[in-house]
Design a protein around this ligand. Structure first.
Ligand code: SF4
Length: 442
């Protein structure tokens, strides 16, 4: 057997069956740098990110490894079938493969759960070589080794991905992270994070922490930020964090000093009843002051909100508009609630007979655009119809996509930041126009 592995990160299929391809992306998953670094040195490896490059179905690799982070599993399954028909050994991994492993029975030889490190990859590939591949591998989480950024170095990625932790201390009902890690998280050794940041500095000026929540452990975060400052990491970066960071003025000061310029914060809703109903433990009434503190530290906020929760009504879009347009949110990120199979909210809605799709594949295939707002209501909301939810969502998006709102949100004393925010908000407007066109077509 030729000791060669072909790693594939599939792209997304849009609802009209086309493959989403392009030559630039805001941020990319870290799966490939991690897998490439974990591959035993005596194995030849080739990595393909299908969004950027085409798959070579004639590859001479013996093992094909496909990783799926979400909706891309539909395309990943087609790729797997094609390689199986060519008698290749096919291995599947990634978040969605974990959630939807029952869909993969016929398309692959083995499913890898968790985050495999060098030891796990050695075991899996030795088994493959000896024709002893197991049906499933449960690897746990190994993130304590430096990742191989050479696999991303020739790609146009605005924020090069970096990782300091996996999992989240919280346990929100709608969240895939919570479904997998169940309030647990794992911290990466700071020396590896710094090593990765140094690798990124050689190929980019911007980074994006892909942690689910960089504020899982305050002490660790402060140590990491100090290490970044001491090591002169000259990158501007963003990260996902919980809203309580707004009370921590010391951490905000260090975040700014270490190069953080944008924080992604899930506020989700303005109804405390909604927030408690999905087991998110924060107080809505604290949002305004916390956002103001973050703004005063010099850091901009991208705020996630969702529509369609049980306490939402047709009045909710106006309330969301009033709030978002009056507080310090530079980039709104809006979605209709997505009941992702595997999450607690999916289970609950299913038990209540409120899920509007029969097969998981339907949800996985029906994303309209990669990385863009979910504007389809896949369930029956409590106080509205699914149609009212979609219409209200589109109206909210439209109100926030006017040029005056875009200008207001993008204002910054820093011209580079202002250009960046303008770009992001113009993408927001384009998304709105695409959604509007699509809804008219339906
Ligand atoms: S705080 Fe964010 S990452 Fe953590 S469980 Fe809730 S939604 Fe998921």
């Amino acid at each position: 057997m030729k000791k060669k592995i072909y790693y594939i990160q599939p792209t997304y299929q849009t609802s009209d069956g086309k493959l989403l391809k392009g030559d630039s992306m805001y941020v990319h998953s870290l799966a490939m740098p991690a897998l490439s670094a974990a591959t035993p040195p005596d194995w030849e490896k080739k990595v393909v990110l299908q969004y950027f490059d085409d798959i070579d179905y004639e590859t001479d690799a013996s093992v094909i490894a496909i990783t799926s982070m979400g909706y891309d599993i539909a395309q990943g399954m087609e790729i797997a079938r094609e390689f199986k028909s060519r008698n290749k050994i096919v291995i599947f991994g990634g978040y969605q493969a974990h959630f939807s492993s029952h869909l993969l029975t016929d398309v692959c030889d083995s499913i890898v759960h968790g985050n495999p490190g060098p030891k796990d990859m050695k075991k899996i590939l030795t088994d493959a070589e000896n024709n002893q591949l197991q049906r499933e591998y449960h690897c746990g989480i190994d993130i304590n080794f430096p990742f191989d950024y050479s696999v991303l170095s020739d790609k146009k990625i605005t924020f090069m991905p970096v990782l300091s932790s996996i999992g989240c201390i919280n346990d929100c009902d709608f969240c895939c992270t919570a479904a997998v890690y169940k309030s647990n998280f794992r911290l990466r050794k700071i020396e590896y994070v710094i090593e990765d940041l140094k690798s990124i500095s050689r190929i980019s000026k911007k980074a994006g922490f892909v942690d689910n929540n960089i504020y899982n452990n305050r002490e660790y975060l402060l140590k990491l930020l100090k290490a970044m400052i001491d090591n002169d990491i000259n990158l501007k970066w963003g990260a996902q964090i919980t809203v309580d960071i707004g009370d921590d003025l010391e951490a905000l000061r260090l975040l700014y000093k270490a190069g953080c310029r944008l924080l992604f914060i899930g506020m989700e809703t303005l109804s405390q009843q909604n927030l408690s109903g999905v087991n998110k433990k924060y107080m809505v009434q604290s949002y305004s002051q916390r956002l103001q503190n973050i703004d005063q530290s010099g850091i901009k906020v991208a705020g996630y909100f969702m529509f369609g929760l049980d306490n939402d009504t047709t009045e909710t879009p106006q309330m969301l508009y009033d709030f978002i347009s009056s507080v310090k949110i530079s980039i709104p990120i809006l979605n209709i609630l997505i009941p992702v199979p595997g999450t607690r909210i999916y289970q609950r809605l299913k038990q209540e007979h409120r899920i509007l799709f029969d097969e998981e594949q339907e949800l996985l295939k029906n994303n309209s655009f990669y990385n863009s707002a979910c504007n389809t209501c896949f369930f029956i909301p409590k106080l509205m119809t699914a149609e009212q939810t979609e219409r209200g969502f589109l109206e909210l998006y439209g109100k926030l996509a006017t040029y005056s709102q875009i200008m207001k949100r993008s204002l910054s004393f820093n011209p580079v930041m202002m250009a960046f925010l303008l770009g992001m908000n113009i993408v927001f407007r384009r998304e709105y126009l695409s959604m509007k066109r699509m809804h008219k077509m339906l």
